[in-house]
Ligand binder design. Structure first.
Ligand code: NAD
Ligand code: UGA
Length: 435
């Protein structure tokens, strides 16, 4: 069993640490936020991630939390970097936290610990880190790129049952050490050079984002020609060459990674002299998609000035409290700019940085007297939104389903004016009008 120091106790660091402890390793998690470290030491999990608290609790005696770099490095065979790499104004990744970790590794670390890059970084970062380590005399420290593919909400099972483990190295011996650390997991291992591993991560996220923008454009065409994107996606996805995943049309992708990584890859290509036109379009389509909800509301309600619109779901996807780049932010500010009163409900996300948006404790409280409700996040509890109680509470029974979550026939039969994304209005079973 190995001793692993992990830098960054966020979504990736915590899940990685908890899961490596579950595999039997000893883990020291280091963060720079005193409050975060204190809460973790007290047994609190500072993020909402299903199943993570159980794994942390089960492995309490193998995991410790610290603010102290030396404590994380001492005796560790692996030094994982799991700090944030948010975009800068130029769209490039901000690597300041990554290099802060590299620079704070104590000079004269004994043995041959391997720095393992879990953070998503531009191609070339490994070369840069290697040079920085060498310049500091840390030539005994190995380096491996081991990108992370977990998704929030399913992070623990994604780590424990990965589709693949990508390990990019300068020295194959370092790669083998990292591969061995994953003993107990059943996964295909892809061994590459460092640059290729870095690009696998950006390409995977950009490709998934491309699928979403593609199906969103198909949805927009569906609305013009009277087709149903849910049926189209099913028919397309059953082709084994295409597969069914990431073909859910909606209000666009958000989160801390897709928007950031699409931009980062576009910038990386541009900086290298290649204009990545496809990703330009993926980005544009996504921006327009978030805003289409507002046009749908205007089509139904006319001017939004003084109208009350409720956002149901705020997090960028269900099963997380993460509000980073959530489409709800753009929709909320577009609505406020149009003069609407905006209320919101989310079962876990309670953002304190949405001024002008009234947060409500229940769906019923949120919809009372409202002119429209928009399903922004497909929380399972919203599936049965179209009840008589909700309809009677609203001033106008209008639902814009930004995630195609509800059953359209059921919603219309319950007396709602219901509009989804890329799904045609159909006659209700009792023959009442089209909406
Ligand atoms: P996060 O913001 O949740 O966590 C980062 C943590 O690093 C924070 O707690 C921060 O305080 C800490 N930190 C900053 N500087 C530090 C330092 N010098 N030493 C130790 N800790 C430090 O970020 P995240 O969502 O976990 O993402 C981390 C990286 O992983 C990013 O590059 C991201 O693109 C990538 N990634 C994220 C996901 C995801 O689902 N969130 C999935 C795959 C890859
Ligand atoms: C995504 C990837 O799925 C992970 O593999 C990757 O590791 C991670 O980014 C990362 O690099 O951080 P995540 O952002 O947690 O994970 O969530 P996803 O489930 O991929 O959803 C991203 C966004 O796309 C959400 O806003 C979601 O609503 C949207 N989406 C997803 C769609 O609009 N349609 C779909 O069919 C799928």
């Amino acid at each position: 069993m190995s001793r692993i120091g992990i830098f960054g106790a966020g979504y990736v660091g915590l899940v990685t640490g908890a899961c490596f402890a579950e595999l039997g390793h000893e883990v020291v998690l280091r963060d720079v936020l005193p409050e975060r470290v204190e809460r973790l030491r007290a047994g609190e999990v500072p993020i909402y991630e299903p199943g993570l608290d159980e794994v942390l609790e089960r492995n309490r005696d193998r995991i410790s939390f610290t603010l102290d770099v030396d404590e994380a490095v001492d005796g560790a065979g692996f030094l994982y970097v799991a700090v944030g790499t948010p975009p800068t104004y130029s769209g490039d990744a901000d690597l300041s936290a990554v290099f802060a970790v590299v620079d704070e590794l104590p000079a004269g670390v004994p043995g041959r610990p391997v720095v393992v890059m879990k953070s998503t970084v531009p191609v070339g970062t490994g070369e840069h880190v290697r040079a920085r380590l060498d310049a500091r005399g840390l030539t005994n420290v190995g380096y491996v790129s081991n990108p992370e593919f977990l998704a929030e909400g399913t992070a623990v099972s994604d780590f424990m049952r990965p589709d693949r483990i990508v390990v990019g190295s300068f020295d194959p011996a370092d790669a083998e050490l990292v591969v061995a650390l994953h003993a107990g997991l059943d996964a295909t291992v892809v061994r590459t050079d460092v640059s290729s591993a870095e690009l696998v991560k950006l390409a995977a996220n950009a490709f998934l984002s491309t699928r979403i923008s593609f199906i969103n454009e198909i949805a927009n065409v569906c609305e013009l020609v009277g087709a149903d994107v849910v049926d189209v996606a099913q028919g397309v996805g059953l082709d084994h060459r295409l597969g069914p995943h990431f073909l859910r049309a909606g209000i666009g992708f958000g989160g801390s990674c897709f928007p950031k990584d699409v931009t980062a890859l576009k910038q990386l290509a541009g900086n290298s002299g290649y204009p990545f036109l496809l990703l330009q379009a993926v980005w544009e389509v996504n921006e327009l998609q978030k805003r289409r909800v507002v046009s749908k509301l205007q089509k139904r309600l006319g001017s939004l000035r003084g109208k009350t619109v409720v956002l149901l779901g705020l997090a960028f996807k269900p099963d997380t409290d993460d509000m980073r780049e959530a489409p709800s932010r753009v929709i909320a500010y577009r609505l406020l700019a149009e003069g609407a009163e905006v209320r919101a409900w989310d079962p876990v996300a309670r953002p304190d940085d949405l001024p002008g948006v009234e947060l409500c404790d229940s769906v019923l409280e949120a919809v009372r007297g409202a002119d429209a409700a928009v399903v922004v996040t497909e929380w399972p509890e919203l599936r049965e939104l179209a009840t008589a109680e909700v309809r009677d509470a609203m001033a106008q029974p209008l639902i814009i389903d930004g995630r195609n979550l509800l059953d359209p026939e059921q919603a219309r039969a319950a007396g709602f004016v219901y509009e989804a994304i890329g799904r045609p209005g159909r006659s209700t079973p009792n023959g009442e009008g089209r909406t």
